[in-house]
Write a protein that binds this ligand. Structure first.
Ligand code: SF4
Length: 391
């Protein structure tokens, strides 16, 4: 009777480990020490983001929140502020929420069991595997973007890896290649190979330790793998952002806790077809006396484009609203310690510096405050400068 053959030991790990000892990355800030909390924060930051971009954010984040309790006890605003510019803000919200869950349910210690970690908000199968492999040396496979690229090329796997069937195949290969010993080093090694040699557009196969067994390389078609996501036109959404200023202050609004830019501070938004003056009268009890259209800017999300039409409005007083939980007047002179999405941050910087190129679409004055507006305009060098640029 034929005995079932033992699966052959993968040749990939020893080659990868040898290469990694000599050429891998050993000085990343989350490697010293590779404590579970530090690895977790780095893995979340590294989702959709390259190491070079993450470094400074990571150092600032760990300096301010050195452990789970510090993160859990901080206000969400502080967390989002340190995340500003890194994008995909749901990651920061989940990090904060998960820190609170770990504080309350696990006494501030990251659990050791894979199932418990994988069940936490914002931590999927690959991230849970990476935390346990890198920080605790437990044998778990990972399948992040770099690993997907290496494996689809090494095995010449056809089809888009976002497809469930292809993804399952890749998980099976990832499991098969993960060694029983030196798991932490192997996990770092395969991520490093994807980031350093097996790059998206120009793989350096001549230096690759896996070249002799790589099917995509043998076919001479490395960049054909992985297959790209099937083309789908992204819809375009439009919005008008209001830069409402009153003297030296600008009005900010807190976005709802979930959804696009959830929990971040932003500018008030209205549909492009709505009347901004009506909005100001209704919401602020004050009519703007001057307005200025700024050039539109596009911000692209993973599933749609957002065309932003900024409109600067000056109002003479903010009688109806003071600071409250949802709206806040902040001084323009200093950047407030709040979380902003990248385009909002850019608009505020332009407002602060008065550097935006304004369009000629200017109406002035707008309201019965017209006469007063002219006087104020003369007294306000920043706004006068804005107008001259438009003329
Ligand atoms: S040989 Fe080239 S394509 Fe294959 S794994 Fe190495 S770098 Fe990637």
């Amino acid at each position: 009777m034929l005995r079932p053959r033992k699966p052959a030991e993968s040749k990939l790990p020893p080659r990868l480990l040898r290469w990694h000892r000599a050429h891998g990355r050993h000085d990343l800030p989350w490697q010293h020490p590779p404590a579970p909390y530090r690895v977790w924060v780095s893995e979340i930051m590294l989702q959709q983001t390259q190491v070079a971009t993450v470094m400074d954010y990571y150092r600032r984040f760990i300096a301010r929140f050195p452990n789970v309790r510090a993160l859990a006890n901080a206000p969400l605003d502080d967390v989002l502020h340190l995340w500003s510019g890194l994008g995909y803000y749901a990651r920061a919200r989940n990090l904060h929420l998960t820190a609170r869950l770990i504080r309350d349910k696990y006494h501030g210690r990251i659990p050791r069991a894979f199932e418990e970690i994988a069940a936490l908000p914002g931590i999927g199968r690959s991230t849970a595997g990476a935390i346990l492999a890198l920080a605790r040396g437990q044998r778990h496979a990972i399948l992040d973007g770099n690993v997907k690229r290496v494996l689809t090329r090494y095995h010449a796997i056809k089809g888009w890896p976002g497809n469930k069937k292809i993804e399952n195949k890749l998980w099976a290969l990832a499991e098969r290649h993960t060694p029983r010993a030196e798991v932490a080093a192997y996990t770092q090694a395969i991520m490093d190979l994807g980031a350093m040699l097996c790059t998206r557009t120009r793989p350096r196969c001549g230096e690759c330790p896996l070249a002799s067994g790589c099917r995509a390389h043998a076919l001479g078609s490395e960049t054909a793998f992985p297959a790209p996501r099937p083309l789908k036109m992204k819809p375009v959404r439009r919005t008008r952002m209001l830069l409402i200023t009153c003297g030296s202050h600008v009005l900010l609004e807190l976005r709802p806790p979930s959804g696009v830019w959830g929990g971040l501070w932003s500018l008030p938004e209205i549909p492009t077809s709505a009347d901004a003056n009506d909005w100001c009268r209704r919401e602020l009890g004050a009519a703007p006396y001057a307005q200025q259209c700024w050039p539109a800017l596009r911000h692209t999300f993973s599933h749609f484009h957002l065309d932003i039409e900024p409109l600067q409005l000056e109002i003479a007083a903010h009688m109806r609203i003071g600071d409250n939980a949802r709206r806040r007047w902040v001084a323009l002179a200093n950047e407030p310690a709040l979380g902003f999405a990248a385009p909002v941050k850019k608009l505020l910087q332009q407002l602060r510096l008065g550097t935006a190129e304004k369009t000629a679409d200017t109406s002035f004055p707008l309201s019965p405050l017209g006469e007063r507006a002219r006087v104020r305009e003369g007294q306000n060098p920043r706004f006068a400068k804005v107008r001259r640029a438009a003329e």
